[in-house]
Structures are given as C-alpha cells and as structure tokens.
Design a protein around this ligand. Sequence first.
Ligand code: GLU
Length: 489
Amino acid sequence: MSVRVRFAPSPTGYLHIGGLRTALYNYLFAKNQGGKFILRIEDTDRSRFVENAMEGLIEILNWAGILFDEGPGVGGDYGPYIQSERLEIYKKHANLLLEKGNAYYAFDTSEELEAMRKKLQEKGLNPKYDRKTMKNQFTLSETEVKQRLNSDEPYVVRLLVPDNYKVHFNDIIRGDITVDSSEIDDQVLLKSDGYPTYHLANVVDDYLMKITHVIRGEEWLPSTPKHILLYEAFGWDLPKFAHLPLLLNKDRSKLSKRQGDVAVEDYRQKGYFKEAIINFVALLGWNPTGDREIYDFQELIDSFKLEKVNKGGAVFDIEKLNWMNFQYLMKKDTKELAIQFKTILIGKGYPEFSNDYLEKVIKVHRERVTFLHQILDFCPYMFQKPEKFDKEYFEKYWKDYSLAILKELLIKYSKIDNFVHDDLHKATLETASERGLKLKDIIHPLRLVITGRSAGAGMFETMEILGKNECLSRIQYFIDNYEKNTLVF
Ligand code: GLU
C-alpha cells in the first residue's frame, strides 16, 4: 500500500515551530517513501477559527518548500480537504455509530456538566463524564429521548467507551501502549452546533483519505486511545502511529511564547533563511547521521527514518539556529544572496544597486554578520555617502598633517587606472613611507573619510568595491567640509 500522510493543522492564527516540524517530518517521510503528503485543514472548532489563517499556513508552507500533493487549492481524489466543508460526512458517521450502539445522545447543559466535574474532583475522582447519573440515553426513557430530539433540544453525541477494556496500539517511536478504558472519557463526537469534534472528524478523515501513517506531536498521544476505540467501533483497520517528541525551551519547559518566538513567520521576518530553518527544525528530534549538522533538503529526504526519531523532548536552541543561519549565509551562492539583498534594500527605500555590486559587498562582509540584512547595519556606507563622522575616532586619529595627506592621496588616487586593492595599497604605502609614517597612521583617517566609521572590512577592499569616482568624491567632500568647518559629527 503506498504511503499517504497528512498534516492536519487547525487554522488558529499562525504556524507554530512545532507545527512546522510535524509538517516537515510528514513531508520527509512521504518523499522518502515515494508517497503522498496531504494538507487537511481541521477547522471544526468554530470558537478558535481565525480569518485568513489557512491562507497564511499555506503561504508559509510553500515558502518553506513543504509542498502538498493533495489539499485546499490543489485538489485530490479524497477531498474536500477543509473539514468545515465535510460536515455531512461526519454526521453520517456519527449516526452510524449511534445505530451500532457505539455512541449515544446526551442532553446535559454546560452548567450541569460543570457541576458534575466539580463534584467528582472534590471526591478526588477523574472528572470524566458520568454516564450513569447524567441526562442521556442510559438514564432517560426511549420516549423522552425521542421527544427531546424532536423538540430541537440541544444534544451531543458521545462515544460509548466500553467498560473493562484494554485499548492497545503500537507507536513507531514509542512502542507498545496499553490504556485501560476506565481512564477514557465518553468523548463528545458531535457537538450541539452540529460540528464534529476533532476526534471524530480526524479519525473519519484519516480513514476516508486512506492515511497510512499518522505522524503528529506528542501532545496528541492522550487522544489516540479514543481514536483507536473509534476505529474499532467502525470496524476499520488502524493506520500506523508516530508521536513526535515535544519541543522544549532550554530550561526543558514546554516551548512557549513567553520564552521567545514560536511562529515560523517571526523567524522569517527576522531574516532567517528557509534552508536554515528547515535544517534546524529537521534536527529537533532526529539526526540523519549523528556526526554533522548541515544537511540540504534532499539529504534530509533521502535519510529520513521514523524509527530513528527520538522519544525524549527536543530542546529549541536559538543559538544553534543562529549558527546555522550563518553557515547558510557563508555557503549560499552570492548571486542568490544579491537578489534577496536587493529586495531588502529596496524595502528600506534605497536606490537599486547592480547585482554585481551587491555580490561584491556580500562577499566581503558576510563573515561578519549572522543575517543578510545585517550587512546594511554593518556597512551602511556601501549604500550611502557618510554624512556624519565618528567624533571619537576623528579626535583619536586626526593629526595636523592629515589634511595635507588627504590632499596628496586625492591626487595620487586619481592617477590610478586600475582602482584595485593592491594598487591602492601600494600608493598609500608610498605616501606613508615618504612621510616617515606607518600605514595605519593614514588608514585610520582614511577610513573615517570614506566610511564615517571606525570599523569595517579591509580599507582597500572597501575602496575597490566603492570604485574610484565614489572614493574621490568622498575624499573631496571631507576636505571641503573640513576647510569650511561644516563637518557633521
Ligand atoms: N488538528 C490537529 C492540530 O491542530 C491535528 C492533530 C493530528 O494530527 O491529529 O494539530
């Protein structure tokens, strides 16, 4: 049977890093097995519905390169893939269970349920639905049930959990799991608004969509025994289950908003490369070989094995993500980086620079930053003439001979045809030795004049990239303003 897996998010606002990991592992497994990856939108909890959340989810999955074979907008043989468009299917299946006697009607109000839970909790008991004392098919007469149903009284359909029964299943990551039915609540399957609960819709869809492997986060493990009971009640074969380890903060608490960003979108906005995010997220719970950290998408696909996923929680270490981003910044083709960087610059209102120029700037500066956009903060002078100059740096290195040297350099540099590092170095060194100075006595003031700042990449490399005209005009600007006493610090 060919592999079919699904990512089944509820559109509650944004894609959580943990959601991305679930989507990615499903995708890697499907592609590794030559199977299909399906996106299904689980939007039956109307109280948690967020407008446009589905579009946002799809957009960010596409951005990350996690493309689905079947799903909203793409189609497939088993759709529609948005649960709110499948309500009739769930209703039909709830009725099937009612007919078979595996489910029952219940008429309790939320106040009654609250009171019941409170009472059980006070007695130190598990606050699950008490079938024997509440208002349902077991405590009401058949006529009364019919009357209530006919009079449009709100009702729910509950799963009849068998007494004295052991629910058993196998998890690819966690092994054999057995749960006593006494621990399982008579789960609501169909709510009073006519919508199914997650449990009913999820199981019915996994069956109808021919899902072979249910791969999801550990937080869904407690739901699985209920799902097994549903499969058994319908008389369906079980899919295989794999519950992925929790994501943890560094202090091993559950990954939460309080300790940092959890939305994938936030990381994208901060300028992380999608390759770094994918690589990082892939290693939250698994490592293909154990002896290195950087893998491209194809390597992840080729080596993915569900059995190799760890049980223990995976720590989300932001420093590691930053390190990975740097690795990709160093590794990526400068042509691609130049295109991305151009968009960043245009977004900030800068004029359009040539790709060739941007590539040169990136080559010289990327090892000094973690994010591509930080190049702009690191060397704004590569994109704009400096108009303000570092006062402290000026006071430290500007000497009474500096102006004369600048004037001399202006003439010398204007005679250099090949405005490259080595020729600039040679010409500057000449001036220094003629005056009995060290090269650095000239380079410091020169850096201030050209960049306005005290630090940057190599001075002659910087000048080579800026080009002859630009450098001469910056030197001239400084001389003029110095003489007029109009320099701005
Ligand atoms: N709708 C659930 C969620 O939001 C899906 C859980 C599952 O994969 O079964 O994560």
